[in-house]
Design a protein around this ligand. Sequence first.
Ligand code: ARG
Length: 581
Amino acid sequence: MKSPQQVLEARLAAASLQLFGSAEVQVKPCADAKHGDFQTNAAMIRAKELGKNPRELAAELAALLPEDEAFAAPVIAGPGFLNFTLKAGWLNRALATARAEGKIGVEAAASASGPVILDFSGPNVAKEMHVGHIRSTILGEALARCHRFLGHAVVTDNHLGDWGTQFGKILLGYKRHGNEADLAERPIEHLEELYQQIHEASKTDEAIQEEARGELLALQQGDAESLALWKRFVAATLAELDKIYGRLGVRFDETLGESAYNDRLEATVKELEKKGIARESEGAIAVFFDESDDKQLTDKPFLIRKSDEAFLYATTDLATVAYRVERWKPARIIYVTDGRQQLHFQQLFATVRKWGVDRVVPTALEHVWFGAILGGDKKPIKTREGKPIKLRALLDEAESRAFDIITGKRPELSEERRREIANVVGLGALKFADLGQNRNLDYVFDWNKLLAFDGNTAPYLQNGYVRIKSIFRKAVGEGIAIPGDDAQIDLQEEAEIALGKKLLALGETVRIVVAESRPHYLCIYLCELATAFHAFYEACPVLKAGVPEDVRTSRLALCALTAEALQLGLELLGIGVVEEM
Ligand code: ARG
């Protein structure tokens, strides 16, 4: 079904086409419900262009709108806004349809263009995932779910760092100090130690540096022994990563690491040279930008081959774009990484534009970057020893803290049940704390805040869901039937109308999340929804004696729809619900 905003947009577009010769109209929800539900400033914008009186133009536009079952006749307001209010009958019917269809207020996008590729997580092999990877992993997964919900084809791709210069040191380390037992039992830890050993030694010893470079070169040139070892390192790391992804509910369609592009790197550099996009400079090869590309990049060449002939992160990413365009003809490629990679992606995108591979389809390239997670001291979060916090440890702590809270609240539940609930609540709280922030900002990590039941948190929303479920249990206990999907909805009180309208805004919210790659809009929406529900529940008795049956049925249906919306919204963020907590 269409959202109310989509309905209005379509009608206004037709009128605008007639009056202005263009169907482009902007519709926004009214900031203050007193003025109506939606507004457009179309008349004001056109009035400026046409040199006309905006209020008169607004009246002309309004006159072209046909009699409407969804919206009452618009009101001209202020300097020339048109304000629109939903009609009660249409709202009731739309909510009933939403309940019957099980999808609230969104029309699946007709996906004529190619899929959306989401490149996220991308940790480096032979290193444990640490807290820095959490934002990319969680943001990427939430975006993938929102895109799919709107009907877009999605390819999630884990661009593993499995071909970097670190392998020279790891291979050398393994050949010198490695052992089978440790590699089998605690692979990542062991590989990290080996890397550290060589890394430390190479700081003062040129010969070791040289040897590590030799190992890297052997690997890159396909030496059989090196390749076999490398494969084992990658497999061992992937097995560990999969455990984390499993816990987080993250799924990849593809895991094409940097190594997958190895045999395209040479040709990529050659092609860019041939096209005059890249050139030699002091033995290395780089792309240079001028005024016509991007002012900010003029003195920032993009290095694609070092003077020792090694290729770089940049080279791989260029080859990757070409591969993805060839294979998927994507509409968008979205990269989710730390904000410190902004320059890299500006350079990458500018190079791709010169190269022209993005124009074949055409493909939009987007860097979705995020800020840092800070500790109480406002510096990037670390362990007490000053080391990066391991992601696994963070997930464990979220679950164990949630377990203590649940145990405090519900000591009578079995331990197994409390653990199950704690998993959903703990990991949900962690994810929501991250997704709830505008991703471009740094945020301070605070266990108490993110696990609070009464803040803008996952537990607050999960608890709202539980409350609705307990209303149903109570109803059933009193012999009251839960209304089916075809129940009539008839909203009368202000608080229930407000809740009904909020419910129908879910689809619109997901559209904005997808357009701007900002899941925090959905987090804000869900908190507002829960607040609207509590206001409704305060003001409108549901199961109280004396409530007429049809009113009770309508209100129970509204409760059911709210529970569905909370569950759906959380699921789009990768967060679960529980039936009790
Ligand atoms: N491996 C990189 C890192 O750990 C992330 C990869 C992001 N994706 C890409 N195509 N560059 O920072």
